[in-house]
Design a protein around this ligand. Structure first.
Ligand code: ADP
Length: 845
């Protein structure tokens, strides 16, 4: 594609006729580099940005980088044009078309500009509001977050700087991606100053010959100064000046005209200012010649040149042959004899009562190198027209070929990635499973490995059991006004439809290949991959050893998780196996009790891979408040992870069984838990999280259900299922179809798919709340899932309409204050786990 543009540019530079604006506005519609990257980040700026990931540089059409678009800091208010996205094109450009898009962000973005205005400047100081030919400034923008809406700029603009200013009719969040289309303005004309065009009354008809799109200053005595307008808008007037190419405008629209009655010297003087000193060959003036109505081309043009402060004494004078036969409008070409100048002042002498111009263009030598003296200029124009045509055709062919190549390449590449990722995961499995088989001595030992290799369509339910705490976000986010449309769009733009089915069937399968693809879709800058996890996933060796399966004796079933059952087992020889690495709280002769988490019989290949990944992650985590992985049985089925046994089960169930100390508990004889116990448990969770965050490890699913309780209110964080799926975290965002614990999730995790330590802090706040309510109710129990998502939108908008979890009855003020700080909208205002831990230690009573 670039190549075809180069060809075009080449022809353009070599061809004088392209300076003819009429042609330029038809062919000059090339993307100027927002989507193609030719416009550099440093040349894209904005009035404000909502966050680093929605900075101006993300305002590129068709780009999904960052959070998917440029978004200003605040909601855009009605009538306000305060916010803008600015592009510096570095040189003057003729801009004929603009394109806008909203923030789609793979289906999560919803913001777009329904309307916008454009301001432009040639020098960065004087800014002009663009208006259409009827004087309207507002341009209709987007109707959804993903479609590109292209708008012809009629009239086109000649500018170096362009600003897009989103406009709204009510206060709303707006994001934009934009592109400018046109080509470089090689004429170099920066402004012309001329007398104001006049009104002609012809047989009772009013013909307005003013310059209606002039963008400079207009004063009755000074005339038009410092601007460009109809004489450079690319529209050549018709033979009959009372008619126009342009739809629905007034008679005389195409022309700027003057009557000789108003000019005692019999000429009209126009001053042309250029960007730099140029070597001028010709000037072309498109004139009307409707002599039956007393309009004729000029009879003489006298042009003066200036390169420094003074005008050179010798002008160039040219007298065209007057044509009293053919009344058609025409370009009159004035040879400027290679005069050097940065300003040209031309006096056009009347040949009749009226003189009317619709276009004036200049050709400077820089672009005419291929012409030798003596060439016939009219011939050259035709010759170069053919070149443009050929150039355009070649360009189109190249574009088509490039598109076909890209499509083919993408298909091949996708297949390669799929294969590569499958191979990678197969390798990983093989490495872990290739150890010699051993016999499993307790129940459930008749698993068939063929069964576990089976592919099934219901992979997700084993990853997220779809219990009441987990929701499929896409279905819900659709309910959120700003986000609803984009989720619909997700369905139409190739993104899979959300799943309606229940826990056991239809929960979509995510394939390794999809996950790999996502790396390409999301880019690498927004979604941090915890360093340790990357490390673990890349490492082949486990930091934990194979425990002889026959030394495990089944005692009882402890619970059921996403992978399968969790059993309490006696582990013979476990103390020796662990040696000094871990001390067990048992006397020497007693058998060690351990929890054995087993992969279920019908688990497919992906589940096995996930299970092994969780093992890898857990094997490296060593902290008093993180459940310790003691050993594994991965050399035969069923795959098992052996963890320390936490006799009081998970914190949620534990607290649900207890009552706070006080009268009620006494009355109903229920087991009690004191405030200081609650506080102690919360502090331990904070400590475990402090450890994880020090490794840049994002848990993603912190909740009381994922904390285990041992003796004496010891707490250990467990369940690294979500962090295991860190790659598919992007996947949730893109496909929006996984199930997520929305009531524990930070707003940015739900709406933007961002999982960070700061979002873990948010979840910690909710876990703290659960702890101090003794898990007697679900967070936001009075809200439906849809309302939770709506509330998330309120956190995003931050207009004080968001609902916070209330202060639990037995929760002291400082603890509630800590919770609220975890739910700060801005991630950098939330405390770190280090600070949380300190605070909790500090308010110990
Ligand atoms: P999954 O991660 O697959 O959802 P869990 O680890 O949450 O499975 O285990 C399911 C249940 O088994 C827990 O809710 C808890 O009651 C019990 N459990 C798991 N691990 C242990 C353990 N180490 N000690 C005691 N009980 C456990």
């Amino acid at each position: 594609m670039t190549f075809s543009v180069l060809i075009f540019t080449y022809l353009y530079l070599r061809s004088p006729s392209l300076s003819n604006l009429m042609q330029i506005s038809c062919v000059c519609r090339y993307p100027l580099g927002m989507s193609g990257g030719q416009i550099e980040d440093k040349d894209i700026s904005a009035s404000s940005q909502w966050s680093e990931s929605t900075a101006a540089r993300y305002g590129r059409l068709d780009f999904e980088d960052g959070d998917g678009a440029w978004c200003p800091d605040m909601s855009v208010e009605p009538e306000s044009t305060k916010e803008f996205l600015q592009i510096d094109l570095r040189s003057l450009h003729f801009i004929t078309l603009v394109g806008t898009q909203g923030r789609h962000a793979g289906g999560f973005g919803k913001e777009f500009a329904q309307m916008y205005q454009i301001k432009y400047s040639r020098n960065g100081r004087r800014w002009v509001s663009w208006r259409n030919r009827h004087g309207r400034q507002v341009i209709e923008g987007n109707k959804n977050a993903y479609d590109t809406v292209l708008k012809d700029l009629e009239p086109p603009i000649i500018a170096r700087f362009v600003r897009f200013m989103p406009i709204t009719d009510h206060s709303m969040n707006v994001c934009m991606r934009v592109e400018l289309y046109g080509c470089e303005w090689l004429d170099g004309l920066v402004s012309y100053s001329a007398p104001i065009g006049q009104l002609m009354v012809h047989r009772g008809q009013h013909i307005y010959l003013n310059d209606s799109v002039y963008d400079g200053e207009v004063g009755y005595s000074s005339g038009m100064t410092e601007g460009l307008g109809q004489l450079t808008d690319g529209v050549c007037g018709l033979d009959d000046f009372t008619h126009s190419h342009v739809y629905n405008v007034w008679p005389g629209y195409d022309y700027v005209g003057w009557t000789n009655e108003s000019f005692p010297g019999n000429y009209v003087e126009i001053l042309f200012e250029f960007d730099r000193i140029r070597n001028f060959t010709t000037m072309k003036v498109h004139c009307n010649n409707m002599f039956p109505k007393k309009v004729k081309t000029f009879r003489q043009a006298t042009c003066f040149f200036r390169s420094s402060s003074d005008w050179e004494p010798t002008p160039v004078t040219f007298s065209p042959v007057m044509d009293d036969v053919n009344p058609s409008a025409r370009f009159v070409t004035v040879a400027l004899n290679n005069r050097m100048a940065s300003s040209i002042k031309c006096q056009y002498f009347f040949a009749d009562a009226w003189m009317m111009f619709s276009e004036i263009t200049f050709q400077s030598a820089k672009y005419l190198l291929r012409f030798s003296p003596g060439d016939d200029p009219t011939h050259k124009v035709d010759d170069s027209n053919t070149r443009i045509l050929i150039g355009c055709l070649v360009a189109i062919i190249f574009i088509l070929v490039a598109i076909i190549v890209i499509i083919l390449w993408r298909q091949v590449w996708q297949k390669m990635l799929e294969k590569a990722s499958r191979r990678m995961l197969d390798d990983e499995l093989t490495a872990s499973l290739s150890i010699q088989s051993e016999t499993f001595t307790y129940n459930n030992n008749n698993q068939s490995s063929a069964g576990s290799e089976q592919e099934s369509n219901s992979t997700y339910e084993r990853i997220f059991p779809l219990g009441p705490d987990y929701q499929e976000p896409s279905r819900l986010i659709r309910k959120l006004p700003e986000f609803s449309l984009s989720m619909e769009e997700a369905g139409t733009s190739g993104v899979s439809k959300p799943v309606q089915a229940g826990p056991q069937e239809g929960v979509p399968h995510y394939a390794e290949a999809d996950i790999v693809n996502l790396q390409g879709v999301t880019g690498s800058n927004t979604y941090s991959v915890p360093a340790i996890t990357m490390d673990l996933l890349s490492g082949k060796d486990l930091a934990v050893e194979e425990f002889p399966r026959k030394q495990l004796t089944f005692k009882e079933k402890l619970g059921e998780g996403q992978f399968g059952e969790v059993h309490l087992c006696e582990a013979e020889g476990m103390q020796e196996f662990m040696d000094k690495d871990f001390s067990f709280d048992v006397s020497n002769n007693q058998p060690v009790l351990v929890a054995v988490k087993m992969l279920r019989e019908d688990a497919n290949k992906n589940a096995r891979t996930d299970f092994l990944k969780e093992i890898k992650i857990m094997s490296r985590l060593k902290d008093p408040n993180i459940v310790r992985l003691l050993g594994v049985c991965v050399c035969s089925d069923p795959l098992c992870m052996i963890t320390e046994y936490m006799e009081n089960g998970d914190l949620n169930q534990f607290l649900s069984r207890h009552e706070p100390e006080g009268q009620i508990a006494l009355a109903c004889n229920a087991p009690t838990v004191s405030y200081s116990n609650l506080h102690h448990m919360a502090t331990q969770i904070a400590s475990g999280m402090k450890y994880l965050s020090s490794l840049n490890f994002v848990h993603r699913d912190l909740a009381t259900r994922n904390c285990l309780v041992g003796k004496d209110y010891t707490i250990k964080i467990a369940d690294f299922g979500m962090s295991r799926n860190l790659y598919s975290g992007d996947y949730y965002r893109i496909q929006g179809r996984a199930v997520l614990p929305i009531r524990w999730m930070a707003w940015e995790s739900i709406l933007l798919g961002k999982f960070t330590t700061a979002s873990d802090v948010w979840a910690f706040g909710v876990t703290l709340w659960e702890t101090f309510t003794l898990c007697k109710e679900q967070p936001y129990s009075q809200l439906s899932d849809e309302q939770v998502i709506e509330n998330t939108g309120e956190f995003f908008r931050d207009q004080q309409r968001q609902i916070y979890l209330p202060q639990p009855a037995c929760c002291p003020d400082p603890i509630y204050k800590l919770m609220l700080s975890c739910w700060q909208r801005n991630t950098n205002e939330r405390p770190s786990f280090q600070e949380i831990h300190q605070t909790l230690l500090g308010c110990l009573v």
